[in-house]
Ligand binder design. Structure first.
Ligand code: UDX
Length: 446
């Protein structure tokens, strides 16, 4: 168990709350500060502001050790201050650090002794140097600076925090790195102590590598389609090589979410600002954009022009287990389909895209969404969709075509259930095989 310390957290967003909750779980006293009064009120009333597994329970279990405030001065006596604010992309693709700088402006002046400021937010390499200079410029030489990036994935962030693959700590001064390492006492994981710039780069490089694997397997999938191989089998065989490993080799309709798209742009921009063109990363990003759009071509292959066709998008969140719509491939898909003149019917068990998906109609159940549909597209790998190839669904659809954007279903079983099946990187049903159905009277003619 770690020695209990006082921890201040700037930002009651997803990273800030998971960080605060988990440090409280480790026995520390935590105070979380945000600038949004509604959010602070809700947290004080015991409500987590978003859907994240285990978070409400951990917050509740540690309610005596976590406080919430709007007043940064209440963080004055914290031993360690974590910055967990958003760093969205600007128009130029650079990370917008204005929330980081305003947290610095609000930094309380501790009475005495050393305080350590820790960057959890993902920031461009070189940010630590700039913050260090800004602290010194303000006479805050008693405040140390440490980069301690998070590697949390949505849906199991609490588990990831408490069971990390590694803890990365980049510090200018050894004593500050040691102070941060001590906070993680009780967690079994390799600790990498390094310099600040390298710690910043580790986060960006790890994300970029994961995205590279996804775009790589998506391109292999596209070649598989051309040559008649099955990418699911290929990924299995490739992943058994201990040098490669099985993770992040699921072909699909492209990555989304709050981190990958933003962080890839930030790294690309960081490199090009320094005069280096990161070719590989540019290709990874482009492949991902194309991958989202390939679904439209596949639908056209089976249905011809999409004008007036009813397409059901099943699953809208960027991945299963979250209601997060940030950079979800479903958004690109819906707007491409609407632009082609298709009628978009949508379903998701938790995500509510609202105006983000203007023009699409949201239904409460899968069965309603597929009613009269010319195709059903599995966009998010929700468990509820594993049974999609049912008689009820087949009877409800105008044409029984399933486009499986996540390779969730078994192709042979799906075909045996009377559907034409098209996955990602798997042998598809020949389009002549699409069972014929009468055109409904009301359909807009091509
Ligand atoms: C990711 C990183 O995993 C995490 O370490 C980082 O801190 C933030 O970004 P997250 O965005 O929550 O986390 O989701 P993750 O589970 O990593 O998936 C990212 C995207 O890649 C999703 O859209 C997912 O569907 C897609 N993906 C993932 C694939 O298409 N194929 C895969 O094999 C794995």
């Amino acid at each position: 168990m770690a020695q209990s310390r006082k921890i201040g957290v700037f930002g009651a967003g997803w990273v800030g709350l998971v960080t605060g909750a988990c440090f409280a779980e480790l026995g520390h006293e935590v105070i979380v500060r945000d600038v949004m009064p509604d959010r602070i009120d809700a947290l004080r009333a015991g409500q987590a502001p978003f859907h994240e597994a285990d978070l409400p329970e951990v917050l509740e279990r540690n309610r005596d050790r976590i406080r919430y405030t709007l007043d940064a001065d209440e963080l004055a006596d914290a031993d360690v201050l974590f910055i967990c604010v958003q760093t969205p992309p600007t128009y130029s693709g650079d990370a917008d650090l204005s929330f980081v700088w305003s947290a610095l402006d609000d930094l309380p002046r501790g009475e005495s002794g050393r305080q350590v400021l820790v960057m959890k937010s993902t920031v461009p390499v070189g940010t630590g140097e700039k913050v260090r200079a800004a602290l010194d410029g303000r006479g805050l030489t008693n405040v140390g600076y440490v980069s301690n990036p998070e590697f949390l994935a949505e849906g199991h962030a609490v588990h990831d925090f408490l069971n990390p693959d590694r803890i990365v700590i980049g510090a200018f001064a050894d004593e500050d790195g040691a102070a941060v390492e001590a906070l993680y006492g009780g967690i079994e994981a390799p600790v990498l102590r390094t310099d600040v710039a390298s710690a910043e780069m580790i986060k960006l490089a790890a994300n970029a590598f994961l995205m590279t694997r996804i775009s790589f397997i998506n391109e292999i999938a596209n070649v598989c389609e051309a040559v008649g191989a099955d990418v699911v089998e290929v990924a299995k065989g490739v992943g058994l090589d201990h040098r490669l490993g099985p993770h992040f080799l699921r072909a699909g309709i492209g990555y989304g979410g709050s981190c990958f798209p933003k962080d890839s742009l930030a790294l690309k921009q960081l490199a090009s600002n320094s005069g280096y063109h990161f070719h590989l990363l540019s290709a990874v990003i482009e492949v991902n954009e194309l991958q989202k759009r390939r679904v439209v071509q596949k639908l056209q292959k089976h249905l011809g022009k999409l004008r007036g066709k009813k397409i059901a998008l099943l699953g809208l969140a960027f991945k299963a287990g979250t209601d997060d719509m940030r950079e979800a491939p479903s958004l690109v898909l819906a707007s491409r389909l609407l632009a082609e003149g298709a009628e978009v019917r949508a379903w998701d068990p938790v995500a509510r895209p609202g105006d983000l998906m203007k023009g699409a109609v949201l239904y409460d159940s899968v069965l309603e969404a597929v009613e009269g549909a010319d195709a059903a597209v599995i966009v998010t790998e929700w468990d509820e969709l594993r049974g999609l190839a049912s008689k009820d669904v087949r009877d409800a659809m105008a044409r029984p075509l399933i486009l499986d954007g996540r390779n969730l279903l078994d192709p042979a079983e799906t075909r045996a259930a009377g559907f034409a099946y098209e996955g990602i990187g798997r042998p598809s049903s020949p389009f002549e095989a699409l069972p014929e159905t009468a055109e409904p009277e009301t359909r807009v003619q091509n």
